[in-house]
Write a protein that binds this ligand. Sequence first.
Ligand SMILES: *Cc1c(COP(=O)(O)O)cnc(C)c1O
Length: 379
Amino acid sequence: MFPVNKFRTERTPFYYYDMGLLGATLDSIKKAVGDSDFHVHYAVKANANPVILSAVAKSGFGADCVSGGEITAALKSGIPSSKIVYAGVGKSDEEIGMALDARIGCFNVESLEELRLIEAIASDKGVIADVALRVNPNVDAHTHHYITTGLKENKFGIALEMLDEAVEFCRQSSSLRLRGLHFHIGSQITTMDPYVILCDRINKLIAEYDGRGVHFDIVNVGGGLGVDYDHPDRHPIPDFNAYFNTFRKYLNLSEGQQLHFELGRAVVAQCGSLITKVLYVKQGVNKQFAIVDAGMTDLIRPALYQAHHLIQNITSESDEECIYDVVGPVCESSDCFGVDERLPLTSRGDLLALRSAGAYGEAMASHYNLRPYPHTVID
Ligand SMILES: *Cc1c(COP(=O)(O)O)cnc(C)c1O
């Protein structure tokens, strides 16, 4: 499956991207969208590698950005500015200014304070800002607490109690055009139940505003669709039909209302693997450690979210199996990719693949311990 011979001559660690799988995933999204008025904006923060962004751009998807840097990267990859939306609780004055200059499609606004700043900057520039209000719908996505974003206690979005005031502020302003409502309840969501609840909240909210003569052209339901980290080969492509059909079935859209999605992980997770070399097999007390040359600086998800990536030894030819803790070289106890991993007999020089690492892998790499960034092999 992996081009192992090619890998043997590469400096490790590196991210390997299977562009065939990425292409098939993008095609599968397009097919599941069909002729619905659904607009998919790829969440750039999941993976901003220029080759990946270009593939996304070529498939005709837009971009969901969370910083000025991401807006620049999206534009550079060929995504038209009208298909760029911009979220984030802490947009700076400079970032808002550059997004207005670039004429992005929509600001997903996360507070009244931000709304006032966008209005002031837009008014100074003599332009009109298209905005959607990010609503915190208080829906529990039942995912890890660090990646749950739609609960009252989270910093994201405008609380339902304050939404009226924000809507009214937009309606009074000649520098703001209120386009829609935005929601994003969390990440790595693997059942449709949270989305069904979200649809129900949205239906009620939209009906309430319709009753008051406030109509939204855009409903943006964010992203969050999860992937199968345990069985990447069994489920290389997420079930986009089930995902989109949930919204088709449960969301009451009116004539001409667009539905926007912001998928990140589901698009890129499975096409990437982190390839690392075993430096030492170290005998501990009642334990064996496979110490590898990749660490939390290359892939931080296990340390940050207690996530687990399937680990495979892709060069061992042994039939014997052993149990290892697979750990990195960084001076932190959390720099551990797996405890009690069953692997074929592993020796110094073997290559391991950490699977499903295409999302929030390379994008979150750091220089901690003055380690270099991982490089990439794209095929
Ligand atoms: C991170 C993020 C996404 C993408 O989330 P995934 O779980 O990767 O699909 C979408 N929208 C917003 C606002 C985000 O912050």
